[in-house]
Design a binder for this molecule. Structure first.
Ligand SMILES: Cc1cc2nc3c(=O)[nH]c(=O)nc-3n(C[C@H](O)[C@H](O)[C@H](O)COP(=O)(O)O)c2cc1C
Length: 193
């Protein structure tokens, strides 16, 4: 679906250079300059639609992003992304969507070096199933074990619950707001809390 090197082209790095970025101190609750990776694992399309809505939300805030499904993701892409939003559903018996099966089986089989990565995660599921949000929870655990730092606690969505989805878009808006404010008022510096 995606050509090789699509993420490296977006961040201006030649494809094939897979060295991890240096670890940066934790910044505040805001997107950093540079593109946001929106990674989507969907079986029946709900997470895909939400990923597009999130991309549109970022575009309206003047923030560049790239939506990628988990088939196009691998360790090297995550090791060169500094910020990402993950939208991940669960299917079958607590399993990843088909498009994330290889990622789950291979990339998640061992931890990665993701201390530079800040992320938000939306886990989609249905409490009617035994393993609620099984894949989203496993992905979150793997990201944390790999050193990535969550901007906010994982948001879990039960059967497309509107309140949970509102929380997601509110969190994205909160991350985007300081970027938009700085763009609109570039001479104002942020005051220390
Ligand atoms: C066949 C099937 C199996 C599912 N299995 C689970 C499950 O094990 N755990 C869970 O929390 N949700 C489960 N769900 C619910 C989906 O995760 C939920 O409907 C989600 O919104 C689908 O998102 P998607 O369209 O992006 O795949 C299942 C749904 C279907 C249709």
């Amino acid at each position: 679906m995606f050509r090789l090197g699509w993420w490296q082209e977006l961040i201006g790095e030649p494809a094939g250079n897979h060295e991890a970025l240096p670890v940066e101190p934790v910044a505040g609750m805001r997107f950093a300059p540079g593109p946001v990776l929106i990674a989507c694992a969907s079986q029946t399309g709900v997470a895909e639609d939400l990923a597009e809505a999130t991309r549109e939300q970022l575009r309206a805030a003047g923030i560049t992003s790239q939506v990628a499904d988990f088939e196009a993701l691998d360790r090297s892409i995550l090791e060169t992304a500094s910020q990402a939003l993950f939208l991940a559903s669960t299917t079958y018996d607590g399993d990843p969507p088909d498009m994330a099966a290889t990622f789950s089986r291979t990339t998640m089989a061992q931890t990665a070096s993701l201390a530079h990565l800040r992320y938000g995660l939306l886990a989609l599921g249905d409490r009617g199933y035994d393993d609620f949000c099984g894949f989203g929870r496993a992905l979150d655990a793997w990201l944390q074990a790999s050193g990535a730092q969550a901007w906010f606690p994982r948001i879990e969505v039960d059967d497309e619950d509107a309140a949970a989805l509102e929380r997601w878009h509110a969190q994205v808006a909160a991350l985007a707001a300081p970027v938009a404010a700085q763009r609109d008022h570039p001479l104002q510096t942020e005051r220390p809390a």
